[in-house]
Design a protein around this ligand. Structure first.
Ligand code: SF4
Length: 230
């Protein structure tokens, strides 16, 4: 695995778990609001971390940890993902995968092979706005829609989530997401946060009142909608 970051302990990345988060290099999206600019655009500028080092850390701390979050970048791009997840499985820790859902065949494989316990998939925007939100002008929405269907029918615990970005999203995005995602989904809105590593730092955060308006539109269709981090 091309690992370029390791957060040794986090209470935030894996709901209900004390976890370590592993950051993989590279991404097939170019979300302008991405706050992992170095990992996406220039991962070779970050120190590589070997699988052995990560696994040694997990084994050493498994009396404190109960989960591992595999994040990025986009982990499903890494050809060694499944073999690495199999090694992480041996630690006995619960595994969460963060993904943008653009490689549904990999998502299906890791679920079918019982290599993940929880999946968090980004929903970048309403379908008409997806290309702008993910920075991919020729995006094939069929991949995203397939990933949503895989998760919805998988039986695996999962969430969908959207980073809400003023200047990129409007109420129309959330009206479309309400009509699109399965009604029994767990769906989180997360507010955009400015920072030095954002790819295109021209955006702003929404106010709490604005986020609550989106929730009002979403809740009738997706009752388990919530704002994360308030
Ligand atoms: S936000 Fe996620 S999907 Fe988008 S460019 Fe960054 S790492 Fe990739």
């Amino acid at each position: 695995m091309n690992i370029r970051g390791l957060q040794k302990t986090t209470l935030l990345d894996y709901p209900g778990h004390v976890a370590s988060t592993i950051f993989t290099a590279g991404c097939n999206f170019r979300c302008p609001f991405c706050h992992n600019g170095e990992l996406v655009l220039d991962p070779s500028s970050l120190e590589p971390i070997s699988e052995e080092e990560v696994l040694a850390h997990l084994n050493k701390r498994k009396n404190v940890l109960d989960g591992v979050c595999i994040s990025g970048g986009e982990p499903t791009l890494d050809p060694d993902l499944t073999s690495f997840l199999a090694k992480v499985r041996e630690t006995g820790l619960s595994i969460k995968l963060d993904t943008n859902g653009y490689r549904p065949e990999v998502l299906r494989k890791v679920i079918d092979e019982d290599l993940v316990d929880y999946v968090a998939m980004d929903i970048k925007a309403g379908r008409d706005n997806y290309a702008d939100a993910c920075g991919l002008p020729n995006i094939d929405m069929a991949n995203i829609e397939e990933a949503v269907e895989i998760l919805a029918s998988s039986g695996i615990v999962h969430e969908f989530r959207t980073t809400c970005v003023k200047g990129l999203h409007t109420l129309a995005d959330f009206e479309d997401i309400a009509a699109w995602l399965p009604g029994d989904s767990l769906y989180f809105l997360q507010d955009y946060k400015e920072g030095p590593t954002v790819i295109n730092p021209v955006y702003e955060s929404f106010s709490v009142e604005e986020l609550e308006k989106f929730v009002e539109v979403l809740k009738p269709a997706i009752p388990a909608t919530a704002i994360r981090g308030l």
